[in-house]
Design a binder for this molecule. Structure first.
Ligand SMILES: Cc1ncc(COP(=O)(O)O)c(C=O)c1O
Length: 401
């Protein structure tokens, strides 16, 4: 007997378990909703983006154009062109005090693919990966995709959302394979102080656990914080996987260039995986990244200056909203206010807050639930001071009503 049409369709679209284990990135969902409104001509105060609003610096764009004109448009080695891998090692050594060789470096399509490659190369079914909440949205899903189990460690607003070795130690089990440290953190802006980071490393080394250090926001730090890599600590390399990216540092999100620095056998495994999936990063993007890493850092300094001004304004503005509290982020370009005092029957969750903010005030923010932090919203200040002022006016009106 022929199956009913519905059943047939269901069978056709029966997806693999590994895909059913993950969900669409919630930050992408917000971006899409905001984009839809903008396309209808609505003036959106867009605090959603997780990317710099600055253009990619000219000298970097020119390097890509030159590569194109020189016909550097063919396959490259899967882990990246040799000079770029060398440049990553040199840059990381000069900026963050590590010492890696090109064989310990792989260039991938953004930090996201680096993390994907690393997790898929190390995590077996049922292995546990420790992640601090609030967390970057993709960590748990990448772990789940690999068949692993995300184990969430809560951090505290009163402790500036810092991931602590003592809290990690409480959740370690014989199945723990990896700890992911995100500093500066998206969404909280938390920066793990170097001495605490050293304790986390010592713990990982003692327990034979990998420490994946996501440094995508390394150069956007404020106040007393300085760019720091745990890979600068002597003897760290056997357990550390550094994840870096040109995306935020050089306003290059669309170019898709990220990298890992890790022990050579792991880099070889990640390269094997990449060679059977995406292969090399777009050739001309690699030449652009080469210029970014070898060229002047002026644009990074200028962006940091601008973020510093915006951070002060948005922090003061958000803190002035009645019943909203907000810790001072030490890095990245987000503030992460607690709006839980405004939740009520009509607006029971932060997701409802984000939805109503978009509907009623055309303000785009990302709900804290997406980051494992209910009661919070993420506001990106990768937008001009003028737009920040407009957004703050609307936020005030919204929370006053
Ligand atoms: C904490 C963190 N890590 C990694 C990434 C990945 O960025 P990309 O893949 O563009 O390098 C992001 C992007 O938002 C991020 O916020």
């Amino acid at each position: 007997m022929e199956p009913a049409a519905g059943a047939k369709a269901e069978e056709t679209f029966q997806l693999a378990d590994r895909v059913n284990r993950i969900s669409v990135s919630p930050t992408m969902a917000v971006l899409q909703a905001a984009e839809q409104l903008k396309s209808k001509g609505v003036d959106v105060a867009d605090f959603g983006p997780g990317e710099p609003d600055f253009p990619t610096p000219d000298h970097i764009k020119r390097a890509a154009i030159k590569a194109l004109e020189e016909n550097r448009t063919k396959y490259t080695p899967a882990p990246g062109i040799a000079p770029l891998r060398q440049a990553v090692c040199d840059w990381h050594a000069a900026q963050l005090g590590s010492s890696y060789q090109p064989a310990e470096c792989i260039v991938s399509s953004g930090g996201k693919q680096v993390i994907f490659n690393a997790v898929c190369s190390l995590v077996n079914s049922g292995d546990e990966v420790v992640i601090a909440a609030p967390y970057w949205v993709s960590y748990p899903d990448i772990v789940k995709y690999a068949g692993g189990k995300p184990v969430i460690v809560e951090t505290r607003a009163e402790d500036n959302f810092i991931m602590r070795a003592a809290d990690i130690e409480k959740v370690l089990t014989p199945r723990t394979r990896m700890v992911i440290a995100d500093s500066p953190s998206n969404p909280s802006g938390a920066v793990i102080p170097p001495e605490e980071f050293a304790k986390i490393l010592a713990l990982c080394q003692r327990k034979g656990v990998w420490l994946l250090s996501d440094e995508c926001y390394s150069h956007f730090v404020y106040g007393d914080a300085k760019p720091f890599s745990i890979a600068s600590v002597a003897g760290s390399k056997n357990r550390v996987i550094v994840v870096g990216s040109c995306s935020k540092t050089y306003a290059m999100t669309g170019w898709r260039v990220g990298y890992a620095l890790a022990p050579q056998p792991l880099v070889a495994a990640m390269t094997k995986l990449q060679s059977q999936s995406t292969s090399n990063v777009t050739s001309i993007a690699q030449y652009a990244a080469l210029e970014a890493l070898r060229g002047p850092m002026d644009s990074v300094v200028a962006m940091l200056g601008e973020y510093t001004r915006r951070r002060e304004r948005i922090l003061a503005g958000v803190r002035a909203i009645p019943k909203v509290t907000c810790t001072a982020p030490q890095g990245a370009f987000y503030v992460f206010p607690n709006v839980s005092a405004h939740l009520n029957a009509q607006m029971p969750t932060d997701t409802a807050v984000a939805k109503q903010l978009l509907e009623r005030e055309s303000v785009a923010v990302v709900p804290g639930e997406a980051f494992g932090a209910p009661g919070y919203i993420r506001i990106s200040y990768a937008t001009s001071l003028e737009r920040i002022e407009e957004g703050l006016r609307r936020l005030n009106r919204f929370f006053a009503s």
